[in-house]
Design a protein around this ligand. Structure first.
Ligand SMILES: Cc1cc2nc3c(=O)[nH]c(=O)nc-3n(C[C@H](O)[C@H](O)[C@H](O)COP(=O)(O)OP(=O)(O)OC[C@H]3O[C@@H](n4cnc5c(N)ncnc54)[C@H](O)[C@@H]3O)c2cc1C
Length: 240
């Protein structure tokens, strides 16, 4: 892939401990919803043994003006630099990569299973599908401890209002630690929760995204429910 130059335009805390970073979209840069980019810091103020490159999903949808990625702000040199660098600082972008993209056959439903920061490519896919008025039936199961921890809840709720083919099932696993109200699902994503919303578990293509442990747990639930591995696509966030 060609290497592009980009610049940080702005950053924003979008959930507890989670920040979104907005970058200039380089001229000629095109990507598909669900793909990711390798970002390289240029002459960073500090570095550590993990280096100056991180792969982040493009959480922005291709129709949006800026590129946007979001991450859990752990205390590593790369993320400290990203959090404090001046607006306008340049980075190198090696992208786009990945095949975690929506299938073409609109007769086959898509079910996304994710939690926490694993939602990043899913935001891109769902916003783009809504914008393009795609006929695919899309279900998103999105698990977090509390609403305070859940990135992009507002964007996804809005998508459900405008896209009649999209069903959004957000679930919280530790509401006792939350100061917000929540009148939707609670508890982990389970076989029972899936069957409550999906009439035939064998019909959809499943998309699972997040840290390796989350991906493994979701695949186990799907396999136990009789879903064929051929119908499960995964994106593992190595490094968590
Ligand atoms: C396709 C893809 C998409 C991703 N999208 C996102 C995203 O949207 N948001 C997000 O927050 N994170 C995403 N990640 C994870 C991200 O790249 C970082 O690894 C993560 O954010 C942790 O970085 P850190 O600086 O906090 O931790 P650190 O542990 O300091 O950094 C992680 C570093 O260790 C390396 N590493 C550690 N363990 C492994 C391993 N098992 N396999 C390979 N490399 C390893 C990584 O390459 C990285 O350089 C994605 C990863 C992949 C592969």
């Amino acid at each position: 892939m060609p290497i592009y130059e980009t610049k940080l335009k702005r950053r924003q805390e979008i959930a507890d401990g989670t920040m979104a970073f907005y970058f200039e979209k380089p001229v000629g840069f095109e990507y598909k919803a669900g793909q990711f980019a390798d970002y390289t810091l240029v002459n960073p103020s500090e570095t550590d043994t993990e280096g100056n490159i991180r792969g982040f999903s493009l959480a922005s949808a291709p129709y949006e003006d800026d590129l946007m990625s979001a991450t859990r702000m752990r205390d590593t040199a790369f993320k400290r630099v990203l959090k404090t660098m001046e607006i306008g600082t340049g980075l190198m972008l090696d992208a786009p990569y990945g095949s975690f993209t929506l299938h073409n056959n609109a007769k086959v439903p898509a079910v996304f299973l994710t939690g926490g920061i694993g939602v990043t490519p899913v935001r891109s896919i769902i916003l783009q599908a809504s914008r393009d008025k795609l006929p695919h039936k899309i279900f998103l199961f999105y698990s977090n401890r509390r609403p305070e921890d859940a990135a992009f809840l507002g964007d996804l709720m809005s998508a459900q209002e405008t896209n009649p083919n999209f069903t959004f099932i957000a679930t919280m696993t530790e509401m006792e630690k939350s100061s917000q109200d929540w009148d939707a699902e609670t508890g982990y994503i389970t076989n029972d929760m899936l069957t409550k919303y999906i009439p035939d578990l064998a019909a959809p293509i499943y998309y699972v995204c997040g840290p390796a442990a989350m991906v493994a747990a979701m695949r186990k639930i799907l396999n136990e429910a009789g879903v064929d591995d051929d119908n499960i696509r995964t994106e593992e966030f190595a490094g968590y």
